[in-house]
Write a protein that binds this ligand. Structure first.
Ligand code: ATP
Ligand code: MG
Length: 658
């Protein structure tokens, strides 16, 4: 990489790239110094580590021998001015509000930790969380961490099947849930769903139920307990000493989104939390001044990695005030999020591309009627942020004044490509997540494992061993089934999925490209690539081309095998309001795509639908579309957000489309 001045019109926020390269070089040359310093900033260490790094392939360990507990940060804050600061501003879709100061949070976490101890929860036990976005969910998560148990957060929108499989896979013994939650004005009975899940997840011995509503709930004697009754028995002054955890002791299991197939139970440690601290510091410039004044708003649910990291763990790491919203982005009206930003004067708004694209279809006036001038940064994570959505967020939400920070990562490795803004105000290019972060040695390889040329599409990998604590400890099933290793001395699943694909590298399964300035462009999932008459093209590229047409709100493209061309593209299109499906419009859309991508990019069929299938973290589930057009079984659908989306695709296919 060479240092450059970026002043050309390709860049937004033109500036000089000065320090990033030096910091990057230092981080890979001297990872111990660089990340050791960050670890000391991030956490309180009861005992410092005696070894920075230990590699027993494929297991990486960092800060070996160090003792810490993340929740001790609450103890530290309680001795400072921060104790009176609001940690969470909670609001639901009806506009009810509550808030929790750092002192209140500290007290509640200690009380619930005592409840857990009384029930017999011990270090290493797994505890399921099936809770709506209410403050008690946060209290439960921190308290479980405090006593050294592993939280297994399961999205509250999942049905009994999705919940049961995660509780059973993790062999959780306690479940913390609520009687229900409101979603789009409808009451969802979580406890009832939990009851049927527990019939299958037989490891669950006890259930704690938070009463969110006034209605009746069936409670099973000696198994089910009310949250408030247990908490009422614990004095407000109760103190539970944190369980001091070795830096590589597991702290939670978080299941991946299940976009490609069956969700994987990623096991993380305190060392990986240091990485989260570093990620957020880099991307959002969380220096000491910003930490004092920021009001943070990450919009994702705590039931997926993003919500857990960027709300639960980020808030306390930096002592921020966070907006914590229980409800849908566009309910009761399409400006609910903007209302929250304005009301709480949010400074950082961090969301997913799906959310931007949703708001793009509603029209700018819903955004423009709010004063969003408190914002200093907008972030995005979860899917490629296409240039149109980037520019929309920049123009309409940020009023052309603030950076749009696209952050790329996976449950497995957390964030690895992002604009490292606390290091350098590097220039941004709409549509690129910019650079590999310090400590990560990312490369783009072709199918044969050779480095791709700049500008050439390839697959994103990281050199192993990792030098920084970005990598998970293991996948839950592996350790459970095989102990640390199987009979061949290998960690079976972890090896086959991640380490044995390209020798010497960790494989992300994502397509990427590095441009001439070393900016990384994420091009979608590797399995979402089509080969049309010998040309490789990402489905996301075709989708982005559709989005150039003003009538298109959202697009999903999948491949279908074709005897003549190998594969052809089939598309599902959601139109913006006031546009109607017609053969003429379909023809116009085909032209738009051809113009953007060239003559080979033939669109075989266009189906107009009202919604496309997404999972709970807002990712398009192309594999379901692929299965339907190919007449294959659907596979695991437990992470699907709205099951009617699949029925809609089925009907559209039956009606033959255009
Ligand atoms: P599964 O692994 O179960 O199939 P998943 O990969 O969707 O599900 P996550 O770990 O939640 O589960 O998501 C990580 C994936 O999300 C990445 O591999 C990538 O495909 C996509 N992703 C996340 N952030 C970005 C981003 N900023 N740009 C492009 N892609 C992103
Ligand atoms: Mg994945």
């Amino acid at each position: 990489m060479q240092r450059k001045n970026f002043l050309s019109k390709d860049y937004v926020f033109p500036g000089v790239w000065q320090k990033y390269q030096d910091v990057y070089v230092e981080s890979v040359a001297e990872p111990e110094e660089y990340f050791g310093e960050l670890a000391k900033q991030a956490l309180y260490w009861k005992k410092l580590w005696n070894k920075y790094f230990d590699y027993d392939p494929p297991i990486h360990r960092f800060f070996v021998g160090g003792l810490t507990n993340y929740t001790y940060l609450l103890d530290l804050y309680d001795k400072t001015w921060r104790k009176d600061k609001i940690a969470f501003y909670w609001e639901d879709e009806l506009g009810n509000t509550r808030s929790l100061s750092y002192h209140e949070l500290f007290r509640e976490v200690n009380r619930f930790a005592q409840v857990l101890k009384n029930i017999g929860v011990k270090k290493g036990d797994r505890v399921g969380i099936y809770m709506p976005m209410v403050p008690e969910a946060l209290v439960a998560i921190y308290a479980i961490h405090r006593v050294g148990a592993l939280h297994v957060i399961v999205f509250s929108g999942f049905g009994a099947e999705g919940l049961a499989s995660r509780l059973d896979d993790s062999k959780s013994k306690l479940l913390v849930t609520a009687d229900g939650t409101l979603r789009r004005g409808r009451f969802l009975e979580l406890k009832r769903t939990a009851d049927s899940a527990i019939e299958k997840a037989t490891s669950i011995e006890k259930v704690i139920v938070f009463k969110r509503w006034k209605g009746e709930t069936d409670m099973k004697k000696d198994r089910d307990f009310w949250w408030h009754e247990l908490m009422d028995q614990i004095p407000n002054t109760t103190y539970v000493e944190p369980e001091w955890l070795e830096a590589n002791d597991p702290v939670y299991i978080m299941y991946t989104s299940g976009t490609a197939g069956k969700p994987k139970g990623i096991v993380d440690t305190s060392a990986k939390l240091v990485w989260l601290y570093a990620n957020m510091l880099w991307a959002f410039d969380l220096n000491y001044e910003n930490r004092k004044r920021d009001t943070w708003f990450f919009t994702g649910d705590i039931g997926w990695a993003g919500g857990m990291w960027f709300t639960v763990y980020t808030t306390v790491f930096f002592g921020l005030s966070s907006v914590f919203y229980e409800g849908a982005p566009d309910y009761p009206k399409p400006d609910k999020f903007w209302e929250l930003v304005e009301k709480y004067k949010a400074t950082v708004f961090y969301t997913s591309p799906t959310v931007f694209r949703l708001f793009m279809t509603y029209g700018d006036e819903w955004v423009r009627k709010h004063d969003l001038s408190s914002l200093r940064t907008i972030g995005s994570v979860g899917e490629p942020l296409n240039a149109e959505a980037w520019n929309w967020a920049y123009d309409v939400v940020g009023n052309k004044k603030i950076p749009i920070i696209d952050t790329y990562g996976q449950t497995e490795t957390l964030l690895t490509v992002l604009p490292p803004y606390s290091i350098d105000k590097i220039p941004l290019k709409p549509g690129s997540a910019t650079f590999q972060v310090p400590g990560v040695e990312a490369a783009v390889l072709d199918e044969h494992g050779q480095p791709a040329r700049s500008g050439e599409k390839g697959l994103l990998v990281y050199k192993i061993p990792f030098k920084a604590p970005s990598i998970f400890l293991t996948v839950w099933g592996d350790v459970e089934k095989f102990g640390e290793k199987n009979w061949k001395g290998e960690n079976e699943f972890v090896n086959s999925a991640y380490y044995n694909v390209f020798k010497g590298f960790f494989y992300t399964s994502d397509a990427a490209m590095k441009d001439k300035d070393d900016y990384i462009w994420m091009l979608g999932r590797a399995d979402d690539t089509l080969k049309i008459a010998g040309h490789r093209i990402g489905t996301a590229e075709i989708e982005n081309a559709f989005l150039f047409h003003p009538a298109v709100g959202a697009a999903m493209v999948v491949g279908k095998s074709d005897t003549l061309r190998g594969e052809v593209a089939v598309s599902f299109i959601v139109l913006k309001p006031e546009n109607n499906p017609s053969a003429e419009l379909a023809e116009e859309l085909r032209k738009t795509v051809r113009k953007a991508l060239g003559a080979f990019s033939v669109i075989d069929r266009i189906y107009f639908v009202k919604r496309i299938p997404m999972n709970r973290s807002g990712k398009v589930m192309r594999r379901l579309g692929r299965a339907l057009v190919g007449g294959m079984p659907l596979g695991d659908t437990s992470t699907l957000d709205d099951p009617t989306a699949v029925e809609e695709l089925q009907t559209a296919i039956k009606n033959k489309g255009y």
